[in-house]
Design a protein around this ligand. Structure first.
Ligand SMILES: Cc1cc2nc3c(=O)[nH]c(=O)nc-3n(C[C@H](O)[C@H](O)[C@H](O)COP(=O)(O)OP(=O)(O)OC[C@H]3O[C@@H](n4cnc5c(N)ncnc54)[C@H](O)[C@@H]3O)c2cc1C
Length: 493
């Protein structure tokens, strides 16, 4: 979405644009892929929301023929019960064992007092969550869940991860939010990257519609959008990128696996060999490059044009891989909410696109359930047979009483090497090195979820693309545009 938003903004402002996409489809993580019956499978739930009016109005204009809003309805399951997320005091008080609720309240108030008298040093995500919500709530859900999703203990993850993604809980806010209804739940002060969004939008046929239409708008202005085109190198001269090298590559889908997103530089992994052989290296000259490739991969592709310090720093940044198991089920409805988070299943979360507004993603008497499973490249989950993963998820959903495994008529897997940036303690130093290095390559901009190594949603990824295009159109230097802006607040580097 980031690259396509940038491409659209540039093409519609008179620039000659070429978009290079490694996969045979558009949209990256925000795509919708079709299974055997034409049913749509997303990379987990991909509902649209935005705090930025410019982006929300862009989404609404693009999906003008159908973009219904749904109230957010997400649940967390822990200790055998379902809780609303974000947490609501009334719901917690109603469903939680009174002794546990009292303990959670005691620890929470302890942390509120401690913050005033002797604040904790906030180094890790664990420090941050404990000071924000107390040790009981941290231990009940956030600690175990974070470790399950990211594969490392929260004490090893940077505090800024939690700051980015977990809204700071104020008891007052939890109480007042619980009592308010609908729009009034939005208080306006939640974190930019993890807003307490209560209204979500979803195109009836699938999230991928927006990417398709961004591409159509680029083509309508004479721009070129090339799929199956893996970028393999960037040529530089005198501190500027002069050309992009690429290869034509076959699709990454194979039996039961609809795709495998990768940057092409992951050691020992070449998903483009599954269906043939990549073509010879070709090149395209350019005046400027907007990259939404994973940031460490961009440094690999820059090769000798970057310093050994930057190359070493890029190795500190890594991603958690993601496997989405998509099940087409012969039932009109399966889950009690749009998404449900679990601690004790193979998957971290199960979601049902229909509940987000995807009324046409499959036949009316069927539904699509998406199960997110995080992993490392090459581990047992990553190498598991897609059918086997489908069976496992179906059994676990059946154990929860949601479906009968016999109702599952199709199962597919979507994979990516870059699901989530892993914010290990100290990653900010690596980011500083890389962003300073990029200040020296004036006509190369990087942005997007992977490109800026920020755990952002589609709205911010799109905003990043638009702002990179605005920058190119402005004629300003990078120093003038972002030199004084801290990484935390930047939309590109
Ligand atoms: C499980 C999950 C659920 C999510 N749910 C939501 C949600 O409900 N709402 C929301 O707003 N956001 C959601 N997001 C976030 C959303 O997916 C991202 O913010 C957004 O898609 C990022 O867009 P991007 O363009 O920055 O990156 P990407 O989508 O990753 O795009 C990068 C593109 O670069 C391509 N590429 C990589 N290497 C190369 C190469 N060498 N050559 C050519 N092309 C290359 C990739 O194929 C890909 O298309 C979710 C993310 C995940 C993982």
């Amino acid at each position: 979405m980031c690259g396509l938003a940038a491409g659209m903004q540039l093409a519609e402002n008179g620039q000659e644009v070429t978009v290079l996409e490694a996969q045979h489809f558009l949209g990256g993580l925000a795509t919708t892929l079709r299974g055997a019956s034409g049913a749509g499978f997303d990379f987990g739930p991909h509902a649209y929301h935005a705090r930025n009016e410019r982006v929300l109005s862009m989404f609404k204009t693009i999906a003008h023929d159908g973009f219904p809003a749904q109230p957010k309805n997400v649940r967390i399951k822990f200790r055998g019960k379902y809780y609303k997320y974000p947490l609501e005091a009334v719901d917690l008080a109603r469903s939680m064992d009174p002794f546990l609720a009292a303990k959670a309240f005691y620890h929470y108030v302890g942390e509120v007092i401690r913050r005033k008298i002797r604040p904790r040093e906030l180094v890790s995500a664990e420090d941050w969550v404990v000071q924000a919500m107390g040790r009981t709530l941290y231990g009940l859900f956030f600690g175990p869940y974070t470790e399950k999703v990211w594969g490392i203990h929260p004490s090893l993850m940077a505090a800024s991860f939690a700051q980015h993604r977990i809204p700071h809980i104020s008891l007052w806010k939890v109480v007042t939010t619980s009592l308010r209804k609908g729009h009034a739940k939005i208080s306006g002060s939640e974190h930019r990257y993890a807003p307490l969004v209560i209204e979500l939008y979803y195109p009836p046929k699938g999230a991928g519609l927006i990417s398709q239409r961004l591409a159509e708008r680029i083509r309508a202005k004479g721009g070129e959008v090339m799929t199956g085109t893996l970028v393999t190198g960037l040529e530089t001269k005198d501190g500027r990128v002069t050309a992009v090298r690429y290869r034509r590559v076959p699709p990454t889908g194979t039996d039961g696996q609809l795709c495998l997103l990768a940057s092409g530089v992951e050691p020992g992994l070449d998903p483009w060999r599954l269906n043939g052989t990549p073509g010879p290296e070709e090149r395209i000259e350019c005046d400027a490059v907007v990259s939404s490739l994973p940031l460490p991969a961009l440094f690999t592709l820059l090769g000798d044009a970057v310093s050994p310090e930057a190359t070493a720093a890029a190795k500190h940044l890594r991603f958690r891989a993601l496997n989405i198991v998509g099940l087409r089920v012969k039932k009109p409805k399966v889950l009690p909410a749009q998404s449900v988070y679990f601690q004790d299943k193979t998957f971290n979360r199960a979601s049902e696109t229909r509940h987000y507004g995807g009324t046409e993603v499959c036949a009316p008497d069927e539904t699509v359930v998406l199960c997110d499973i995080t992993s490392e490249i090459g581990d047992a989950i990553w190498n598991a047979d897609p059918k086997e993963l489908g069976r496992k998820c179906a059994e676990e959903l059946a154990a929860e009483g949601f479906l009968d495994p016999a109702d599952v008529v199709e199962s597919v897997v979507l994979r990516t090497t870059f699901g989530y940036p892993v914010y290990v303690v100290g990653y900010e130093r690596a980011i500083d090195t890389l962003t300073s290095e990029l200040m020296g390559i004036e006509n190369l901009l990087t942005g997007g979820r992977q490109g800026l190594y920020k755990y952002v949603d589609m709205d911010i990824a799109s905003e990043m693309g638009l702002s990179m295009a605005d920058h190119i159109l402005s004629g300003r230097t990078k120093q003038e545009a972002v030199g004084a802006i801290p990484y935390e607040d930047r939309l590109f580097a």
